[in-house]
Design a protein around this ligand. Structure first.
Ligand code: ADQ
Length: 748
């Protein structure tokens, strides 16, 4: 920085000095010319009037009178001397000053007499610079009889010019000083300071901690560099986190899954075969906004887990194109390479019209299968038209897959979720040599509940096309096997949890999904829970002491109203918390096209208003409803700040919010209240498990959370974090893909 400052200063000083010198030089020249002209005019006027007087006195022979006049004018401003000479330059009258300077006729004198006209000349005589003005003098008959010389000492012009130069030097010195000071300040404020901050940021990165965005506010000229450094920093941070984790693994002799380990594992298992993932939602969405196309990655555990796998094995992800610029970004075969800035695998988009989506997605999947599989006392609606769309779209994805695998000898296919129950069979019909698994993210109900579906046999037959069928927990596997036993003609092997139908075996296994605790995504970002809480309260604009949080899609299965009723009951039964406890519900509107969802969202708001009207105190309200999608970091702040997190689903396949809360609590504080009807309740035994229908029981759990002694809370959180780290999202993907690849397909 010192050398840069020095170079800047030297360059600026040289530049400014040269420019100032040039401009001063022109000024001085102009000043000099003006002074000379002035002297010329004065000399001309004076000498010519004196010549008239001299002629008169010479012609009348009055030399004494002339001598007096000349003596009198001899010491006028800057006059060095006056002399009257005859034609042979013999001095008739001469002031003493001139006598010592001139001893021979100057050129101007001879010319003036020869040409009979006034002449001037600049001469240097005996180290004195003189300006001579010569006028010829005439005799009575008009002939030239001599000449009058007035000599001016031009030294005063040099003195004036010297002063002008001195002033210019002072100005230049002043300017240089100011420029040096400003340069130093600019370097310090705009470069040295921000660069020091950036260096500090890089230092934090090097240490492997998460350091947020670089301090680029004042360094926009470094933006291109930052754009290159950020991904580099991110990979360095990941590598650091992975190395740390490996070290911890060695210490604890545990085996924690990282993205790298998962990628390596899957590559080995695939043995060069292609991996194909099918889901309804795509991992990269292109949207056109304000004339330009931007790409977003949906916040989803599935993308977090599957993206590194596909990157490692150059696979293909087939999904519905849902962004408004998705069609513009694919090639003629509806494919594009992703991730956008580092092409590693293919995304194949499948197009679905609005009408088809209403039937397939909103209709059959979400008004039929979703309530069918969740025991939330909402009646499923089964429309023939929706069922037809469901079959049609499943077939469209099967065709797309068949196209994608045409060159593969043994493709491995991973299907996601209840939108594609028919797809495994359809794929096996088109590509018999494919290995196919489907993972069902929602619960599987008991056979009686499932039997109300008019197309239950078709759905089960479709699923049994898969070689592997995955659920979150064993209980869902059991329900599925019982349903098959009841509904289909198939051999159900309870010993090996397998089903044989149409000569083909399907294995049924639990794979509890989880979150990413390795990556450090959930690492703390500096502030303690208390500081974060105070900031959040200030942002929300109210006072509060205790904070609870809930994060859900606004879905009737999530038990949000039951949760509010529990908060109400808690405040009723523990009045000392009135005005002190606030529950923030982050609720993303979801599937609002469906009437039950729209009604449910209104009911949630009504309940919040009613309870707030009852227990609101001044600026404090017991329930804060934030009805919008929050980004990951916003949600993390609430997780980190809350005294407790409430997950009160009436029924839930797994529930990732509970695991995200645990992952976020690096400080090992905070209590999780968890519905026993979630899959997560099996993994997170140290949560306070509640029955969400038992409002008073849940209210007691809130009180217990707030009053739990710190050691117990910490022990519980520590154990939950250990369980979540050991069975993280990478473990989930590794188990699912590993089991699929290891299966014997020729079992008879
Ligand atoms: P979901 O029913 O969507 O998933 P869940 O597992 O809780 O339920 O996951 C929801 C995700 O959305 C979480 O990552 C959460 O952070 C996020 N989210 C919720 N509300 C949000 C908001 N307002 N703003 C931002 N993010 C929000 C289905 C099954 C679950 C199963 C998962 C994964 O129903 O049982 O756990 O799939 O298999």
């Amino acid at each position: 920085m010192r050398i840069l400052s020095l170079r800047l200063i030297v360059a600026l000083v040289l530049g400014v000095t040269l420019a100032s010198f040039a401009s001063s030089w022109y000024q001085v020249q102009a000043e000099k010319d003006a002074l000379r002209l002035d002297l010329q005019r004065k000399a001309e006027t004076f000498t010519e009037s004196l010549a008239g007087i001299s002629e008169y006195h010479l012609q009348s022979g009055d030399r004494a009178g002339l001598s007096k006049i000349i003596e009198r004018f001899g010491d006028r401003d800057h006059v060095a001397g006056i002399g009257v000479y005859d034609t042979s330059f013999f001095p008739l009258i001469q002031t003493p000053g001139l006598r010592s300077l001139i001893d021979s006729a100057p050129a101007a004198f001879s010319t003036a007499l020869r040409e009979n006209s006034p002449q001037s000349e600049n001469v240097r005589l005996h180290l004195t610079r003189l300006y001579l003005f010569v006028v010829p003098l005439h005799a009575v008959n008009g002939s030239v009889a001599g000449g009058l010389i007035v000599a001016y000492d031009t030294g005063y012009i040099r003195t004036i010019i010297f002063h002008v130069w001195s002033r210019a030097f002072v100005h230049i010195a002043g300017q240089v000083l100011i420029i040096v000071a400003i340069t130093l300040l600019i370097v310090r404020w705009s470069l040295a300071g921000p660069i020091a901050k950036t260096a500090q940021w890089i230092k934090v990165l090097r240490s492997g901690r998460r350091s947020g965005q670089p301090p680029l506010k004042d360094l926009d000229f470094l933006q291109p560099l930052a754009e290159e450094v950020l991904p580099l920093a991110e990979s360095a941070r990941r590598a650091h986190a992975a190395a740390e984790m490996e070290a911890r693994l060695r210490n604890s002799r545990e085996s924690i899954w990282t993205p790298d380990r998962l990628a390596d594992h899957v590559r080995t298992k695939l043995q060069g075969n292609g991996l194909f993932v099918i889901s309804n939602r795509e991992p990269y969405v292109h949207n056109r906004q304000n004339g330009s196309i931007s790409v977003t990655v949906p916040a989803s555990g599935l993308v977090t887990a599957i993206d590194p796998v596909l990157c490692a094995c150059n696979g293909t992800w087939i999904a519905q194109g849902s962004g408004n610029a998705d069609r513009e970004t694919v090639d003629a075969h509806d494919r594009l390479q992703v991730p956008p800035d580092d092409h590693k695998y293919t995304l194949r988009r499948v197009w679905i019209t609005e009408e088809e989506e209403n039937g397939f997605y909103y209709g059959f999947a979400n008004e039929g299968l979703w309530p069918l599989c969740h025991m939330a006392h909402v009646r499923p609606i089964f429309r023939v038209s929706d069922w037809e769309y469901y079959q049609k779209i499943n077939a469209r994805f099967a065709d797309a897959l068949a196209e994608e695998v045409s060159a593969e000898s043994s493709p491995v296919v991973l299907i996601q979720d209840y939108h594609f129950a028919l797809l495994p069979r359809m794929i096996k019909e088109r590509v018999p040599h494919a290995r196919v698994a489907i993972f069902w993210h929602i619960p599987w109900p008991n056979p009686d509940a499932f039997s109300i579906c008019p197309w239950q046999q078709d759905l089960l037959d479709g699923l049994l096309g898969a070689d592997l069928i995955g659920f979150h927990i064993q209980a869902h596997c059991n329900n599925f096997m019982s349903t098959i036993d009841r509904v289909l003609e198939a051999r159900v092997d309870w010993d090996h949890f397998s089903v044989k139908r149409k000569g083909h075996w399907s294995a049924v296994r639990p794979f509890p999904i989880s979150v990413d605790l390795v990556q450090g995504e959930f690492e703390r970002n500096g502030d303690s829970a208390t500081e974060e809480r105070e900031k959040l309260f200030a942002e929300l604009g109210f006072d509060g002491s205790f904070l609870g949080v809930g994060v859900d899609r606004l879905d009737y299965t999530k038990g949000i109203i039951e949760r509010f009723l529990a908060v109400e009951s808690f405040l009723e039964r523990h009045p000392r918390y009135q005005g002190k406890f606030s529950f923030v519900q982050i609720g993303a509107p979801s599937r609002s096209h469906i009437p039950q969802y729209a009604e449910f969202q209104n009911a949630v708001e009504r309940e919040a208003h009613r309870i707030n009207a009852r227990f609101g105190r001044g600026k404090q309200t017991p329930i804060v409803l934030l009805n919008r999608h929050h980004n990951r970091e916003e949600v993390q702040r609430y997780y980190r700040a809350a005294h407790l997190c409430m997950v009160t689903s009436l029924h839930d396949g797994m529930n990732l919010v509970s695991k995200e809360f645990v992952a976020a609590r690096q400080d090992e504080h905070g209590v999780l209240i968890l519905s026993r009807f979630t899959g997560a309740a099996r993994d997170l035994q140290d949560a306070l498990l509640v029955n969400p229908y038992n409002i008073e029981g849940t209210a007691d759990a809130i009180a217990r959370s707030l009053e739990m002694n710190a050691t117990e809370a910490q022990d519980r959180m520590r154990r939950m974090r250990k369980a979540t780290a050991e069975r993280n999202i990478y473990w989930w993907a590794a188990s699912l893909i590993g089991d699929l690849c290891d299966m014997r397909l020729d079992r008879s």
